[in-house]
Design a protein around this ligand. Structure first.
Ligand SMILES: NC(=O)c1ccc[n+]([C@@H]2O[C@H](COP(=O)([O-])OP(=O)(O)OC[C@H]3O[C@@H](n4cnc5c(N)ncnc54)[C@H](O)[C@@H]3O)[C@@H](O)[C@H]2O)c1
Length: 250
């Protein structure tokens, strides 16, 4: 098992790629903490993992709220004594608001997608340093590096912030034995908050531009997060792995 005895906190794990990552980590022997604001769905993920014989618990964690982070880390250290892995996965889509230049939505994107990751790194790394090191994996996006029609200006900016914080944090926390990396998905199943990007016509056009001519599966992202979180990536820090079927290679 690649994560035997590890304690992992995964934000936004009530659905999508966070959920798939939690289930993958559990199969690899980790104790997983599912953290989200979607409490009912989070409880279902925990039930599923426990039924399959794994160890999991749910925590309500709003990634934009610093006191929520402090409380979550306290619970994890009190209950499990350590934190080895943090996956900063929670996020909102850049197509939730049809007004692609909405200032209010820009602020919201920055709060959840950028500040949420900043707070995670800050509080997660402090806990990991106490446990002798660890691994942080952030979910960025191809939107950090390319422009996409129909996506709010702030989405790519928030994901570029994630990409940048990944490299800076990798340098900052290397001494503490903490690796920090990012996974940048391309066309994956639509997010809960996707509106424009959930439109079949928009998706078909995007997928047409993917050399592999298909969307990715959440499992394919979860497996990449697993690799970066595991000891197999012990000399890898500060990188972003694209999981995009070649979309940005064109
Ligand atoms: N789906 C895609 O096509 C795609 C592509 C590139 C990057 N991403 C990124 O991957 C990550 C996961 O996306 P997904 O497709 O699984 O989306 P999703 O919408 O299925 O899951 C996101 C989860 O984050 C949670 N969340 C939202 N705001 C939160 C907050 N303030 N505090 C805690 N949890 C919160 C939601 O409740 C949800 O469970 C996101 O960061 C997203 O931006 C997604």
């Amino acid at each position: 098992m690649r994560l035997h005895d590890k304690v992992a906190l995964i934000t936004g794990a009530s659905s999508g790629m966070g959920r798939a990552t939690a289930e993958t980590f559990s199969r690899e022997g980790a104790t997983v903490v599912i953290a989200d604001i979607a409490d009912e769905d989070g409880a279902l993920v925990v039930d599923g993992i426990r039924t399959a014989g794994g160890q999991a618990r749910y925590l309500h964690l709003d990634v934009t709220d610093e006191s929520s982070w402090t409380a979550a880390i306290e619970v994890i250290l009190a209950e499990f004594g350590r934190l080895d892995i943090l996956v900063n996965n929670a996020g909102i889509s850049g197509t939730f608001d049809p007004d692609l230049t909405s200032t209010r939505f820009f602020d919201q994107l920055m709060q959840v997608n950028a500040k949420g990751v900043f707070l995670g790194i800050k509080h997660g790394a402090a806990a990991m340093a106490r446990s002798g090191g660890g691994s942080i994996v952030n979910l960025s996006s191809i939107s950090a590096s390319i422009g996409q029609l129909g996506v709010h200006l702030g989405y790519g900016a928030s994901k570029a912030a994630v990409k940048s914080m990944t490299t800076t944090a990798a340098v900052h926390y290397a001494d503490a034995g903490i690796r920090v990396n990012a996974v940048a998905p391309g066309m994956l199943p639509a997010m809960r908050t996707s509106r424009g990007s959930a439109d079949p016509v928009w998706r078909a056009k995007q997928i047409d531009g993917v050399p592999m001519k298909r969307a990715g599966e959440v499992r394919e992202v979860a497996d990449t997060v697993l690799f970066l979180a595991s000891e197999e990536a012990s000399y890898i820090t500060g990188v972003e792995i694209l999981v995009d079927g070649g979309l940005t290679a064109v």
